[in-house]
Design a protein around this ligand. Structure first.
Ligand code: DX5
Ligand code: ZN
Length: 225
């Protein structure tokens, strides 16, 4: 049996007016709920203020995987770690003190992830991968759902997988986010990704739960790690 793959639907393109119901559609089949936090500064879009984000974390029956696309993760990420998230991922490009932010998240008993944008090289994040629980390689420019998958990020995924396989102890999850669909997930899984964020593929589907299962099946069949 191949290693488990994780499917993390993003609610960015779900109906924000009834998120409890939207999350309920995938709660029985998904592994994680991917919560995109955008501040309209680090990226040109805004999603939830911290109060609303904590409400969503409160009613989600799935563990929440917070993806912080904000310009000040050093001070904000620990607040998410203290308020019920399962993992908190911040952007390498935004953090002032990466080591301290990793520790501030971990010290709350929460998993820590680092995300890198398409232009950021794997070598820039590599010094930190032994300290984190998840590496997020963006496969679109962060900010919006519904964009096209960037195939040129695949070599970076493969490079990260190769490095992760050299690690002896616990290995971080290798997550991708952006443009994940039934057309693109196999390529990413073959390159070594094992955690997949999918927004529009899931929520534009007439059967979100069925789509999660199809994505999982395709990823599991193609994963090589
Ligand atoms: C984009 C977000 C993604 C987004 C993915 O900046 O980080 O999580 O929801 O949406 P799709 O799957 O539609 O590309
Ligand atoms: Zn995201």
């Amino acid at each position: 049996m191949a290693n488990k793959v994780f499917i993390a639907p993003s609610i960015l393109n779900a109906n924000f007016d009834d998120l409890e119901k939207e999350i309920g559609k995938i709660s029985a089949v998904a592994d994680l709920l991917h919560l995109d936090i955008m501040d309209n500064k680090f990226v040109p879009n805004f999603t939830f203020d911290i109060k609303r984000a904590f409400e969503i974390i409160g009613f989600s029956k799935l563990p929440v995987d917070a993806h912080l696309m904000i310009e000040d993760p050093d001070s904000i990420a620990p607040k998410y770690a203290q308020n019920g998230c399962s993992s908190v991922t911040f952007h390498l490009e935004a953090a002032q003190n990466v080591l301290r932010t990793i520790e501030d998240i971990k010290s709350n008993g929460v998993k820590v992830g680092i995300a890198i944008k398409p232009a950021t090289k794997f070598s820039e994040v590599e010094p930190f991968i032994e300290m984190i629980d998840m590496l997020l390689i963006m496969t679109v420019e962060p900010g919006f759902g519904g964009q096209s998958f960037m195939h040129d990020q695949i070599p970076k995924v493969a490079m990260a997988r190769k490095r992760i396989e050299q690690m002896l102890d616990s290995k971080p999850l290798l997550q991708i986010d952006g443009g994940v669909s039934l057309e693109t997930i196999a390529e990413a899984a073959s390159a070594g990704a094992n955690c997949f964020v999918a927004g529009s593929a899931v929520y534009k589907s007439s059967d979100p739960a069925g789509m999660v299962e199809q994505l999982r099946e395709k990823a599991q069949t193609n994963f090589s790690g």
